[in-house]
Design a protein around this ligand. Structure first.
Ligand SMILES: [Ca+2]
Ligand SMILES: [Ca+2]
Ligand SMILES: [Ca+2]
Length: 272
């Protein structure tokens, strides 16, 4: 009967047998062919692909549906949250405000026709919140001495995966693990940009790195009589030995002589 037209006379009465769906009229029995054709449905936005990754905790979907007779309803559900409901529209449907959980969310949309035939389409949406770039947490000043090995570990919050340092003074280098090391060779203060990176970005900070002469015992930037006095005190044992210049294991008259020489305009000699 589908596709056919039957004209009924005025005295023709029909009744539907609700048990079997047959239509009876004036001794005739008509068997209606049930609609066995499934509807179709497709998610078209945010993508026609079966997977999608987003940094947003809420997503909207839209798509199309069709049926040989008519789409009766379109519903959606998110298996990860249990949420679901009817879409707005049917043949052109949409959903807004679908909440996502971190990780995988399988969202199913189901089109149904009047004969309760259904078809589904699914999309697996992976929600991954954007993380934070590293934040430098290590001290932003450091000191060193010419001729003496120095090490400084760059540290940062938010799980850094690599480090770098720009503007290091001569004699120092940085590893990808963030260890600045080496033996400084020149006096002065350097403005070093230290940085740490992860997949979300890079965090950086300025490190003030001051390198002093080994003969500048009090580290005030010049070597003068004050340093001589401090070196004498160390040789006399009345102060801690901070600068064993000739590296013979003790502060003694040799170290005093070297500081005196610098005070007189000479070089700060190191080692035996
Ligand atoms: Ca159908
Ligand atoms: Ca000094
Ligand atoms: Ca010494």
């Amino acid at each position: 009967m589908v596709g056919s037209t039957i004209k009924l006379k005025s005295d023709f009465t029909i009744a539907v047998d609700t048990n079997n769906g047959q239509v009876m009229g004036n001794g005739y029995i008509f068997t209606l062919r049930p609609d066995t054709t499934l509807p179709t449905i497709a998610i078209t936005s945010p993508t026609i692909a079966s997977t999608y990754t987003t940094a947003s905790a809420i997503i909207g979907l839209s798509g199309t549906a069709s049926d040989n007779v008519g789409v009766a309803s379109v519903a959606w559900s998110n298996s990860a949250t249990g949420a679901g409901g009817a879409t707005m529209g049917t043949t052109a449907w949409s959903i807004t405000g679908v909440s996502l959980v971190s990780g995988s969310n399988t969202i199913t949309v189901t089109a149904k026709d009047a004969a309760n035939n259904t078809s589904t389409d699914t999309i697996t949406v992976t929600y991954s919140a954007v993380g934070n770039p590293p934040v430098i947490t290590s001290a932003l000043s450091a000191t060193g001495t010419v001729g003496t090995a120095l090490s400084y570990q760059i540290m940062a919050a938010n799980s850094p995966t690599s480090f770098n340092a720009a503007g290091l003074p001569a004699g120092l280098s940085v590893s990808t693990g963030g260890l600045i090391s080496g033996t400084p060779t020149t006096i002065g203060t350097s403005s070093v940009t230290i940085s740490a990176a992860n997949s979300s970005g890079t965090g950086s900070a300025g490190l003030s790195l001051s390198v002093y002469s080994a003969c500048d015992v009090n580290r005030d930037g010049t070597t003068n009589v004050v340093d001589v006095q401090l070196q004498v005190n160390a040789a006399l044992g009345t102060a801690a030995c901070a600068s064993d210049l000739n590296r013979d294991g003790s502060c003694n008259v040799i170290d005093v002589q070297r500081v005196v020489n610098v005070g007189l305009g000479g070089q700060c000699l190191l080692g035996l």
